[in-house]
Design a protein around this ligand. Structure first.
Ligand SMILES: *[C@@H]1O[C@H](CO)[C@@H](O)[C@H](O)[C@H]1NC(C)=O
Ligand SMILES: *[C@@H]1O[C@H](CO)[C@@H](O)[C@H](O)[C@H]1NC(C)=O
Length: 491
């Protein structure tokens, strides 16, 4: 009889395609066999895990994660390192992330920016990781490096910004990036908000002495996002329909434009995030400075917008659901949210609040729990949190699926219904999370399930009932990515 490293028996496997009871056998870091349920219960394996009819899903793939980036927007610096951020990832069922290698406006080279990020990440990660290049300066040198990025470095996606003084590109610069990216079949991610308009609105609000965190939302009304989204789609069409991915979409108006472009056959992809499904702008209106805990861009919108984003997730307008984990400590006046509090500004100054929230660990449990409430089917959950991100960013089918002989053995095993789940239905508190950030914007929310075990390339790295984080820093590997699956037929 064959011997295996690990067998998961008696689970209900969920992929983007179907739900069925299979046993899974794992050897040499790969899934090697799917077999009828129970048939591998006595297999010759180093370890056998009885899933007790809990769901078994492919490891989560989170392709929008900011960790340990140099401060580019003022005083805030990331409260998570590669070590603490990826530790948090595995405890929440996420086995692969794609982070960012930021190139500053003053740097000519993308390859140098990538090398600097490798130094921060290498040997420090609990989960597997890839990197996107964040392009601040699309110089001729930078654009000439795309071939090397793709062919040598395994970096097949870029991110650009239509806002933030430190990173905002003009439309002509965006066109140059899209043209170069198209030539190398590299996917461009776009942060679509109109930076000039929000700077103008911000100065109007400050002139009226409106400084509290909640005015962050006022300074970035939905139309700024819809306008920039529309412009990004138009610019892509001008460069012979270059594929783009609109990151962290929050606004129904932007969603409509994306849907219309998709219906017309343009290769437009879109991402949304838990903050647009679970938070609203009211969460930025807490007592004192508390609202700063939910300040991110675009800002959370209203209840109706939330519903529209859920609908877009169900109906396929959104290709992927990522965390946009971008953490800053709350109670920290040196490098966190409170850097903007001074004697003159006792409730801070919204324009200087570091933008971003933590969420790498809560993404999967919160969205999975919504499935049992009927908000999203389980297959759709797997599709938008694992399979599609893997396809979009050139990681599929190594990541994002459970294909025998092909996929890495990256697996999440959830608690079965009715099982004593140690505190489930449970309430999220920051104390139970594994990031290094001093708060979670989801404090007090109920979830109905949580990853019981997380397996990364055949090794159990998270065992909720048996030690918590049992993986090791440095086990996570850099993954060189291929061309996006959606572009393989694209010329
Ligand atoms: C299990 O596999 C190991 C390694 O291949 C082998 O030495 C052992 O004899 C096998 N045991 C059984 C009961 O098949
Ligand atoms: C899909 O959802 C989006 C966002 O709510 C909506 O604008 C669009 O009309 C929906 N499309 C279909 C075909 O249901």
């Amino acid at each position: 009889m064959d011997s295996f490293d690990l067998v998961i028996t008696n689970g209900i496997c969920v992929t983007a395609g179907d739900i069925a009871p299979y046993d899974i056998a794992i050897k040499d870091e790969k899934i090697v066999l799917l077999a009828p349920s129970g048939s591998l219960a006595d297999a010759n394996a180093t370890r056998i895990i009885d899933a007790e009819r809990g769901y078994v899903t492919p490891g989560g793939v989170d392709c929008h994660v900011h960790l340990q980036e140099p401060a580019m927007f003022g005083k805030g610096t990331s409260s998570d390192t590669y070590e603490t951020g990826t530790r948090s990832a595995i405890a929440g069922g996420c086995t692969t992330i794609v982070g960012f290698a930021p190139q500053q406006k003053t740097e000519p080279s993308l390859l140098a920016a990538l090398a600097a990020t490798h130094l921060r990440a290498r040997g420090n990660s609990y989960c597997d990781y890839g990197l996107h290049l964040l392009v601040g300066n699309p110089s001729p040198q930078a654009l000439s490096e795309l071939a090397a990025l793709r062919d040598t470095e395994g970096v097949t996606s870029l991110k650009i910004y239509m806002t933030y003084a430190a990173l905002q590109l003009r439309d002509d610069q965006i066109l140059s990036v899209l043209l170069a990216a198209r030539g190398h079949r590299i996917l461009t991610m776009i942060h679509a908000e109109n930076g000039d308009v929000l700077t103008w609105l911000t100065s109007q609000l400050e002139a009226a002495s409106l400084f509290a965190p909640k005015y962050h939302a006022t300074s970035r009304p939905p139309i700024l996002e819809a306008e920039a989204t529309n412009r990004a789609i138009a610019l892509s069409s001008l460069i012979a329909n270059t594929p783009i991915l609109l990151v962290h979409v929050s606004d129904p108006g932007a969603t409509l434009r994306i849907r219309a472009a998709q219906t017309a056959g343009q290769p437009i992809f879109a991402e949304t995030c838990p903050q647009y499904l679970f938070l609203t702008r009211d969460d930025m209106d807490g007592p004192g400075f508390e609202g700063a805990k939910c300040v991110c861009s675009p800002p959370p919108r209203d209840k109706e917008s939330q519903e529209a984003i859920w609908t877009g997730l169900r109906n396929g307008t959104f290709t992927i659901l990522s965390s946009d984990h971008c953490p800053f400590d709350y109670d920290d006046g040196e490098s966190g949210k409170k850097t903007c509090i001074t004697e003159d500004f006792p409730v801070g100054r919204f324009k200087e609040i570091p933008n971003g929230i933590p969420g790498i660990e809560t993404r999967l449990p919160m969205v999975f729990s919504s499935s049992s409430e009927g908000r999203l089917s389980l297959t759709k959950f797997v599709e938008v949190t694992s399979t599609n991100p893997a396809k979009l960013y050139g990681l599929y089918p190594k990541k994002g699926s459970l294909i025998a002989g092909v996929s890495d053995a990256d697996v999440v095993i959830w608690y079965p219904e009715g099982k004593d789940r140690k505190g489930l239905d449970m309430t999220i508190t920051n104390g139970m999370l594994h990031h290094a950030t001093d708060y979670t914007p989801f404090e007090g929310r109920k979830v109905g399930n949580w990853p019981r075990w997380t397996v990364l390339r055949g090794r159990v790295v998270w065992d909720r009932d048996g030690g918590g984080v049992v993986g090791e820093k440095g086990y996570g590997e850099f993954v060189k990515r291929g061309i996006t699956s959606y572009m393989l037929e694209f010329s």
